[in-house]
Design a protein around this ligand. Structure first.
Ligand code: DUC
Ligand code: ZN
Ligand code: ZN
Ligand code: ZN
Length: 490
């Protein structure tokens, strides 16, 4: 029963006032303006009667133009963002992957890749090895480059994975810089062992992917990362919480007052792993991502955890590969590039699954898809709000209109869609990014080069009280002084 866990402290208050106008207000505002002739010629008035006006979605977790598993994601910064805009997301935060462990080289490469951006974006940085240079470069990233979050991979043994000693070093460094530590939490050594088991059993198909990395390995790594972050006393952000096992670790930690953020992704909320047993390779392979999509039941539990404040915001882990790329693993599931789509579908699926079903309010929806992300990554209220001075990233969602997901009409470059054929209620009819209407009447006007890099400052609200807690801990170690008497035999 997840209802017993405490609610997030950062729920709805700012949204009710600033971010989610009932449309009546907007219309009356407009009519006041036009009556007093303050709306000049050339001003577009959009009638949003009966619809919701909200801040544009912010996706905290994407991989565009990423080189991975012997190939590169089919969506780059333009096509991925085109998909995002058509689905009501106006900003995303992508993961910079260092070049041979070098952060600066990685950052520069991503600056180049992102030049074709049609909407605003920010960066997290992945840490894939540890030495003095990496430690120094983290300072440069935080102080000069606008990065305030670093992701550590506890899986992908032999490539991205780092061990506990380096995880501890990384957490300490993040804390000293006021940057948020993030983890991909799966036990990489055990996954490696699980893969060996599958190969020995001759299970080479996509189902082997799920069987080789079960929920307990995600739960173990999540619990370990949480305990290590608690030991260092630094906030932790767990990306793509896919299982009950991992979610319960987040829940326990939050209940005890630890500063842990849990991010489920939309695939984990609405899909289940039965698809991986499909006899057609492509049908199954398109769902391969890590951690894997779980057995039926996990998704519902993650939805409940979201609605009760145990988990805080929804990402996508958008990381797309087309059928040809997925075929790299036709004989061996370990070679199927990991990743699924979601940038275009996230807002619709969360609305349909969570709001239409009555699990969350409209205000909660805005918090989970936009405002909370802006607060965590310290870009609120520039982003995640409709306020004077905020960026004009705004969407209009019609709750009475329907959507249908189809790979023929979606905007990603992938030839498949893991949500193919899904229909639902609630459609983003208008997207305004940076004050420009870019999506209206099912027509996209994404322009490469228009998106701006959003720098993120260190020390968000999660760091409040950390220094005091450290001081208390230290003084508890020092006092009382234990006086010992030594007895020496005569
Ligand atoms: N998982 C994926 O499925 N793709 C990208 C990286 C990751 O951790
Ligand atoms: Zn990951
Ligand atoms: Zn990811
Ligand atoms: Zn279709």
């Amino acid at each position: 029963d997840f209802r017993r866990y405490p609610e997030s402290n950062f729920c709805s208050t700012p949204i009710k006032i600033g971010s989610l106008f009932p449309i009546v207000v907007l219309l009356s505002l407009l009519s006041t303006l036009s009556e007093s002739n303050q709306v000049g010629d050339g001003v577009t008035i959009i009638d949003a009667t009966g619809k919701y006006v909200m801040p544009g979605g912010i996706d905290p977790h994407t991989h565009l133009a990423m080189e991975f598993m012997g190939t590169e994601t089919i969506d780059d910064f333009f096509s991925g963002q085109a998909a995002a805009l058509a689905g009501g997301t106006t900003m995303h935060i992508d993961f910079v992957i260092p070049v041979n462990g070098n952060l600066t080289a990685g950052f520069e490469a991503y600056v180049e890749k992102a030049k074709i951006s049609a909407m605003d974006y920010g960066f997290h940085m992945a840490i894939t090895k540890w030495d003095e240079a990496v430690s120094k470069d983290m300072e440069v990233m935080v102080k000069d480059k606008g990065i305030n979050s670093f992701k550590f991979f506890m899986a992908y043994k032999g490539s991205l994975m780092i061990n506990d000693d380096l995880l501890l070093e990384g957490f300490k460094k993040c804390k000293s810089l006021g940057a948020l530590a993030m983890v991909h939490a799966e036990n990489g050594d055990a996954v490696f062992e699980g893969q060996k088991r599958m190969i020995e059993l001759g299970i080479m198909g996509p189902e082997g992917h799920a069987l080789s990395r079960p929920p307990q390995l995600e739960g173990e790594a999540t619990g370990r990362a949480i305990r290590l972050a608690g030991f260092v006393n630094t906030p932790l952000y767990v990306v793509h919480v896919m299982s009950i096992d991992a979610m319960e670790e987040v829940a326990k930690a939050r209940k005890s007052g630890q500063k842990v953020i849990g991010e489920p992704v939309v695939s984990g909320l609405v899909l289940d792993d039965t698809v991986l047993w499909d006899s057609d390779f492509q049908t199954a392979a398109k769902f391969v991502m890590s951690p894997p999509i779980r057995a039926p039941g996990h998704g519902k539990a993650l939805q409940a955890a979201l609605s009760n404040g145990v988990l805080q915001l929804v990402g996508t882990d958008h990381c797309t590969f087309n059928s040809t790329q997925k075929s790299l693993g036709i004989d061996d599931f370990r070679k199927i590039p990991n990743g699924v789509n979601g940038l275009e579908e996230r807002m619709h699926l969360v609305w349909d699954t969570m709001v239409v079903s009555g699990q969350i309010s409209v205000t909660d929806f805005v918090r989970m898809t936009s405002t909370e992300c802006a607060r965590i990554f310290n870009i609120y209220p520039r982003k995640g709000a409709i306020l004077v001075g905020s960026d004009a990233d705004i969407i209009i969602l019609n709750p009475n209109s329907s959507f249908e997901i189809c790979s023929k009409s979606h905007h990603s470059r992938s030839d498949t869609n893991v949500y193919e054929g899904r229909k639902g209620k609630g459609k983003v009819e208008v997207t305004i990014a940076g004050g420009r209407v870019v999506w209206e009447n099912d027509e996209l006007k994404a322009v490469p080069g228009r998106g701006k890099y959003v720098k993120m400052r260190p020390f968000n609200y999660l760091f409040d009280g950390i220094e005091k807690a450290d001081a208390e801990y230290l003084s508890s170690l020092r006092a009382p002084v234990i006086r010992r008497t030594m007895h020496v035999a005569a």
